[in-house]
Design a protein around this ligand. Structure first.
Ligand code: 13P
Ligand code: SF4
Length: 297
């Protein structure tokens, strides 16, 4: 099947983009593997006729918004992100009425409609930099309340209002202080994603996006206990053979595991399932995403 997929990519002038949490066999066939920011930047630059995004829906939507002339498909259309569903456009409109002087920062793990109401988007790789770049003292930030807490800790001069207060990712909030204690017994560093709870962030030796973990692991040699989706550890092991990385076997994002090689092959063959968004929503969301890209990582 791998050979057919490679042949289809050439025949269709297609590019396959995969998130760091995708199964290794999908990552192996991808032209780009990265975190949300890296995928967004590469999607914007892509010249291919067909862009296949192996990840969850918001990642495919972001690619389409940034490169609307290309055909963008996601192999399994219901691969979503439960975190994204915490934030609705109505919540943003209501919060803006209550805080007219606040800026709205929307995490890319969100719907296109929510992004369309943002002043700027952010990813876990650049959330602090994006918020620091704004003149506003008060920031409405959603949907991840743990990333909001991380930004608040890094930028105490700002008032970060999480929108909604309890927005979270079930995979990352599954990490507990008992996991930190177990990791300490194994030795080495505790590395967590900023979607983990604040008490985990405070205990961690490094808080980083998945792309930040790839870069951060390049320098060291100690064991890492990696507090994010477990496939991240598969990727780190491929990149740094011989290094010791510990994963939590239960830390699985079910939606990230929906795409199989057969789905990828079919997506290339049939050019399905195409991401279609209203031009108005895309235009508004693009402004917010491009403003984020201009801030950088
Ligand atoms: P990254 O942008 O760090 O890859 O995070 C995306 C994500 O969905 C984390 O759960
Ligand atoms: Fe969404 Fe969490 Fe899955 Fe990331 S790991 S895609 S935030 S549900």
């Amino acid at each position: 099947m791998e050979m057919e997929i490679r042949a289809l990519k050439t025949r269709k002038n297609a590019i396959v983009m995969a998130h760091n949490y995708q199964p290794l066999e999908i990552q192996a066939l991808a032209d780009v593997v990265g975190d949300s920011l890296e995928l967004a930047v590469r999607a914007k630059e892509a010249k291919a006729d067909l862009i296949v995004v192996c990840g969850v829906r918001f990642m495919a939507e972001t690619a389409k918004i940034l490169n609307p002339e290309r055909k963008v498909v996601i192999p399994v259309p219901d691969a979503g992100c439960p975190l994204a569903d915490f934030l609705t456009p109505e919540m943003i409109r209501e919060a803006k009425e209550r805080h007219p002087d606040a800026a709205v920062v929307v995490y890319v793990n969100s719907t296109a409609e929510s992004k369309a109401l943002a002043d700027v988007t952010c990813t876990s790789a650049n959330a602090v930099k994006v918020v620091a770049s704004l003149k506003n003292d008060t920031i409405l930030f959603g949907p991840d309340s743990n990333l909001a807490a991380y930004v608040q800790r890094e930028l105490p001069e700002k008032t970060i209002i999480p929108l909604p207060p309890g927005g979270h990712c079930y995979v990352h909030t599954g990490f507990t202080l008992a996991d930190v204690e177990a990791a300490r017994r194994k030795g080495g560093m505790v590395v967590c994603h900023p979607e983990c709870r604040p008490e985990i962030q405070e205990q961690a030796d490094l808080v980083a996006s998945t792309g930040g973990m790839v870069r951060g692991a390049a320098g060291g040699s100690e064991p890492w206990s990696v507090f994010t989706e477990r496939e991240m550890v598969s990727r780190l092991r491929v990149l740094y053979p011989g290094r010791v990385f510990y994963e939590k076997p239960e830390a699985v994002c079910a939606d990230m595991k929906k795409i199989s090689l057969a789905d990828l092959q079919q997506a290339l063959e049939r050019e399905e399932h195409e991401v279609v968004l209203s031009p108005e929503v895309m235009d508004r969301a693009r402004r917010a995403i491009e403003r984020m890209i201009a801030v950088g990582a």
